[in-house]
Ligand binder design. Structure first.
Ligand code: GDP
Length: 334
């Protein structure tokens, strides 16, 4: 259940990969030479060159194949991850690059076989080493050809390896301005310190906790905590990707305005969030220990369109009831 891109291997440059192949080829050749003492010169050079070629071919071809086998299949990703790949690197380009790597891997393997056979039947030692050099030249040029694809995958790997780890569980996403009490609430609801994950385009990451083993609760500092007009396209897409994660939104409101944002500002954000997400929303009026009944009524008046619950995350008021609503709603809609 971890970020599926964590397993992607380091991607070597064509030069690094050729170097690696070359060194391994030399090593095999020098080991072989010691066992071939006394063997006639032509037979010896045929054998050595054949094995050099086979070794280099398999180093290059296997290394490329490993990139593909350790990279998750895009089509089998959870929608949330798939959306993030699209936003961060582009699915088409990603698939195209993997396709190019596969092509190169297959071709180098095939050439390795062909040239190994040629070397084995060479008429002179010079011809045998000539076949090997030809093989090296063609392999280098194939790698040069997929250089843009390898570079793309290396960059993609850097970006994707830090995606958050989320589970495929019914998920509650917490939204609301900074300092309204979201992280306090996450801790109280899940009874634990959240796991902190990185999330693209925000410096603060996603905080993830669990209610029992069935429900995932995600707090998204820096993501659902300010108006959309303040965001660039990419940030908007990071927000939109949460659509693929959230089964329900808990919007936290601070009626005391101690958070530093007026009720009006908070209601505007609530409106944006509810327009953006197609899942049920609950509004939690938090910090009710800080405001009088009169004020609370006024605010509730403005929330008639929403399902509202009054709580204090800090003073443990209304939390059991809130938890019950969340569990009922999420385990029912599943
Ligand atoms: P976040 O930025 O939305 O995650 O907000 P925090 O959870 O960090 O809370 C911001 C501040 O509000 C902290 O000092 C909390 O202790 C305080 N706070 C959170 N919930 C309540 C509450 O119900 N009552 C009171 N009085 N303070 C609260």
């Amino acid at each position: 259940d971890a970020n599926p891109f964590k397993k992607m291997p380091t991607i070597l440059t064509p030069e690094e990969l050729m170097d690696k192949a070359y060194r391994r080829g030399e090593k095999v050749a020098s080991e072989l030479r010691t066992t071939l003492i006394g063997v006639p010169k032509l037979l010896k050079s045929r054998t050595v060159e054949e094995h050099k070629i086979r070794t280099m071919a398999s180093v290059v071809s296997d290394n490329l194949l490993k990139i593909i086998s350790k990279t998750p299949s895009i089509d089998r990703l959870k929608p949330f991850y798939k959306e993030l790949v699209e936003v961060m690197v582009g699915i088409d380009e990603f698939k195209k690059s993997l396709g190019a790597v596969k092509w190169a891997s297959d071709l180098v393997k095939k050439l390795g076989n062909e040239y190994a056979k040629k070397a084995r039947r060479a008429k002179t030692p010079k011809e045998a080493s000539g076949f090997r050099r030809e093989f090296v030249g063609r392999t280098a040029s194939i790698l040069k050809q997929i250089y843009p694809n390898l570079a793309f995958l290396a960059v993609a790997r850097e970006k994707l390896k830090d995606l958050p780890t989320v589970k495929e569980l019914p998920t509650l996403v917490i939204a609301g301005y900074p300092n309204v009490g979201k992280s306090t609430l996450l801790r109280k609801l899940t009874g634990a310190e959240p796991e902190i994950n990185s999330y693209p385009f925000t410096t603060k990451g996603l905080n993830v906790g669990y209610i029992g083993e069935d429900i995932q609760v995600v707090d998204t500092p820096g993501v659902l905590d300010r108006p959309l007009y303040e965001r660039n396209d990419i940030e908007l897409q990071a927000v939109l990707a949460l659509n693929y994660l959230a089964n329900m939104i808990l919007f936290v409101l601070d009626p005391s305005e101690y958070c530093g944002y007026s009720i009006e500002e908070q209601l505007n954000l609530l409106k944006e969030v509810s327009d953006l997400f197609k899942v049920p929303i609950i509004v939690a009026i938090n910090k009710i220990d800080l405001v009088d009944g009169e004020r609370l009524k006024e605010i509730e008046e403005k929330l008639k369109d929403y399902r509202v619950i009054k709580i204090s995350a800090d003073k443990d008021i209304g939390l059991d009831e809130l938890k019950k609503i969340i569990v009922d709603e999420l385990l029912r809609t599943e």
